[in-house]
Structure formats: structure tokens, C-alpha cells
Design a protein around this ligand. Structure first.
Ligand code: DHB
Ligand code: MG
Length: 229
């Protein structure tokens, strides 16, 4: 690579960062509560793997597009994405978020209280595969956001489809993973993601797309819309 090539790449990277910052500033600015959720997560030693502000706003856009009144989140982490989701709901809407770690669940509840969404956002503690069967009486969910452990992503998809209805939108995080979500699986986690992508891409009930759209365009959401038959 020549010095010139390098300079071009650096300029392109700088341009992308500036574009991202401008989009966040105009469309997806974080308020105090969202920033608090990030700070609280950091202080508690949680991994810094939250979705980006643009991804948070995209979740809100998708919730609006399907007129979401009931949202299910699988994997709450520190509540950052949950705040974006809950704020997309009408006053009588409901977010149920599933979290396996009870300590994390308390952090999530605090974050929801700080964001003023405790009236519509509820954390349920346990293994998602144990909790999901208990949600059938509360279905259908208009939007399902999957962002939990990666090996069971295909099972989470089965549940999402079961708990959805025509017009529902199923979003899953980390479905690009630097390209590992499309190749030959390297481990259980990538195997789950590869299988998830194959399934949503070929399921005739769904219109689906994986998008490389995180901060450095190496990971992102897979979005699947349940067709009206
Ligand atoms: C990991 C999990 C995530 O949900 C994410 O967004 C990034 C990384 C992980 O387990 O490594
Ligand atoms: Mg994730």
C-alpha cells in the first residue's frame, strides 16, 4: 500500500466518523437517562457491548413502522436498548425484557426508573428459553429484539415467530460479526448466528435483511418482517 492509499483510507475513515457523528447529533442524540445507563453499566463492570445510538433510533423507527404496542426483548444487559424501545411505545404499551443475570436486572430496573419508563417496561429474570414458553398468553408481540447469548439464536427465532403475528418485526443484534455470521461456523456462537441468518433469509414467512451498520460497519442488525400472507 502506498502512502497515498493510506492517506485515502484515513480520509475515508474520518469522513465516516464525521457522518456518523452528524447523524447521531441530528437523529439519535442520547439524553441523560441513556448516558446514565451506559455509565451505570460501566461502573458495574458489565461488558461495553450496547447497541449504538443509531441502532437505538432504528429500533424506535421499526417500532413506529409496525405500530408496536407490545415489545419483547431477549437479553437486557444494562437496559440501554430497553430505554430506546420503551420510549417508542404508547402510554399503554408494554416492553418485557428478559435477563438471565439478577444483578444486571437490578441495574436495568434502575435505568428504566431513571428514564421514566418503569410504568411500561418490565424485566423478567431467568433463562430466556425457560421464560419464553410462559409468554404465550401475553402474545402477540409486535416487535421482538434478540440480543442475548449467541448459540441459541435459532431457538430464539423459533420463539419470536411463535410469539409474533403478521406485520411483526424481529430484529437480532450481532448478525454480521465481522463476516463470521455468514461463513463456516468457528464456534457455538458463530454457529448460532450463521444458522439464524440462513433461516431468516430462506423462511417464506419473512422478508429479511442483515445490515452492517454499527460504529465501524462490521456488525449490525438482521431485520425480519413477518409477512401478511
Ligand atoms: C457480544 C455480545 C453482544 O450482544 C454484542 O453486541 C457484542 C458482543 C459478545 O458476547 O461478545
Ligand atoms: Mg449485541
Amino acid at each position: 500500500m502506498t502512502d497515498n492509499d493510506l492517506a485515502t483510507l484515513q480520509q475515508q475513515a474520518k469522513t465516516r466518523r464525521e457522518i456518523e457523528a452528524a447523524i447521531v447529533h441530528l437523529f439519535a442524540a442520547e439524553d441523560e437517562a441513556l448516558q446514565y445507563a451506559l455509565t451505570a453499566a460501566k461502573q458495574a463492570g458489565l461488558p461495553q457491548i450496547q447497541i449504538s445510538p443509531i441502532q437505538g433510533k432504528l429500533l424506535q423507527l421499526l417500532a413506529a413502522a409496525c405500530n408496536a404496542r407490545k415489545i419483547l426483548e431477549i437479553g437486557a444487559l444494562a437496559g440501554y436498548s430497553g430505554i430506546w424501545l420503551a420510549r417508542a411505545l404508547p402510554a399503554d404499551g408494554r416492553l418485557i425484557t428478559l435477563e438471565v443475570n439478577p444483578d444486571h436486572a437490578n441495574i436495568v430496573r434502575n435505568a428504566f426508573a431513571k428514564a421514566g419508563v418503569s410504568d411500561r417496561a418490565e424485566v423478567r429474570v431467568g433463562n430466556a428459553l425457560d421464560l419464553l414458553p410462559k409468554l404465550e398468553s401475553e402474545a402477540p408481540f409486535d416487535l421482538v429484539f434478540i440480543d442475548a447469548d449467541k448459540p441459541p439464536y435459532p431457538q430464539y427465532l423459533d420463539w419470536a415467530l411463535r410469539l409474533a403475528c403478521p406485520g411483526s418485526i424481529i430484529v437480532a443484534d450481532n448478525c454480521v460479526r465481522g463476516g463470521k455470521a455468514f461463513g463456516k461456523p468457528e464456534d457455538e456462537g458463530t454457529a448460532g448466528l450463521v444458522e439464524y441468518n440462513k433461516r431468516i433469509a430462506s423462511d417464506p414467512r419473512l422478508v429479511s435483511l442483515a445490515l452492517a451498520m454499527d460504529e465501524d460497519y462490521t456488525d449490525g442488525f438482521a431485520i425480519a418482517v413477518v409477512r401478511h400472507s
